[in-house]
Write a protein that binds this ligand. Sequence first.
Ligand code: AMP
Length: 275
Amino acid sequence: MVVVNDYESFQKERKKLQGSVGFVPTMGALHSGHLSLIQRAREECDFVVVSIFVNPTQFLEGEDLDKYPRKDEADKKICQRAGVDILFMPTVYSIYNRDELLLEAPRVRGFILEGAKRPGHFDGVLQIVMKLLNIVKPNRAYFGKKDAQQLALIEQMVRDYFIDTTIVPCEIVRDESGLALSSRNVYLSEDEKQRALSLSRSLKLASDMISSGELDTVKIKEAMQELLLKSVDKLDYVAIVDREFNNLETVEIGNSIILVAAFVGTTRLIDNLWL
Ligand code: AMP
């Protein structure tokens, strides 16, 4: 595995890769969720590129940019063991220019749910993903369904801008208690971790209601909210949308996503279930 920190060095290494390239963009502090994406890329492509870049433009004022967990040495070992070919860890300076041409998230899908709660977040996400796709030029790029709206907007960007990369959605990896893995879970105390389980439990409750024939999204959301409000400190949203992110009145099996976002202590967590 080679580790490179700027565009020029990356290009030199990229030219040596003769075959299909799978790409996994991350912000580091790697866990088994990231690893599942890397393993899938390893299985499906001749070469695997991973990037680790804590992207400043997707953090809002007052969010956790400065304290976002950084574990460069441990991450390098994880990538090495996972058979990564190039680990790209660019500096902020090598990625961004002054007075850049900017991308904006689409007017509707970019400004609901996460886009409403974190205005500007998706502009930054699209900006960095566009740059990374242009730098890495992967055949396939792997993204987690955990960030469902991010995944949908990246798929749209690739379509709208005719980017020659296949976006591969990957399943959510959870720990044995059901908590969706996230680099931000390290912020949680033991008590908060217990309370954070209410997110996955609310999704399980929704799934049980649906299995027993309840498809009315108002009733499902009410039941989820009741469960969540006993444990979380602030509930940002519970939503049931179709795969295009339109609100649904009735669950459509095979075309629905149930999403939840909440604060436990000062940590903001998201989770979702694809039906
Ligand atoms: P991040 O480092 O949090 O920006 O995540 C990098 C990629 O890993 C994104 O595509 C995430 O959706 C994905 N990811 C993060 N957590 C998980 C998880 N628990 N299961 C599957 N994919 C994940």
